[in-house]
Design a protein around this ligand. Structure first.
Ligand code: SF4
Ligand code: SF4
Length: 116
């Protein structure tokens, strides 16, 4: 499953640079699929949704750092464990029960975000 940030977040910013998918954003920041990935322009996500990778998307939180589920791979393909969980000083990066995904799905996402 993807990882989510709870409202225990103290906005320290330690997790953001550790994410290999650029899936973590500061509260109230716009986000883009193109940030930190190979994606550009019109693309079709693995789930069939068509998006514009360069289009600014609404922040998922206005107050605390947030993780974009469609960009999080639980660090599959890069690291043995979720890097945000590893560095968070208050342990507020937790499994997201609303986004339970298999390792296969996560690896497909990782390849989609970064490989041709
Ligand atoms: Fe990024 Fe990994 Fe945390 Fe997902 S688990 S948000 S890919 S650092
Ligand atoms: Fe929030 Fe933890 Fe990230 Fe710091 S490391 S910004 S406390 S989620």
């Amino acid at each position: 499953m993807a990882i989510k940030i709870t409202d225990e977040c103290i906005n320290c910013g330690a997790c953001e640079p550790e994410c290999p998918n650029n899936a973590i954003y500061e509260g109230s920041d716009d986000w883009r699929f193109a940030d930190g990935t190979r994606l550009s322009g019109k693309v079709i996500l693995p789930d069939g949704t068509e998006i514009d990778a360069n289009e600014a998307q609404e922040p998922l939180s206005d107050d605390i750092y947030f993780i974009v589920p469609n960009k999080c791979t639980e660090c599959q393909g890069f690291h043995d464990e979720p890097q945000c969980q590893a560095v968070c000083p208050v342990d507020c990066c937790v499994d997201d029960p609303d986004h339970r995904e298999s390792e296969d799905v996560l690896l497909i996402r990782q390849a989609f975000l970064h490989n041709e």
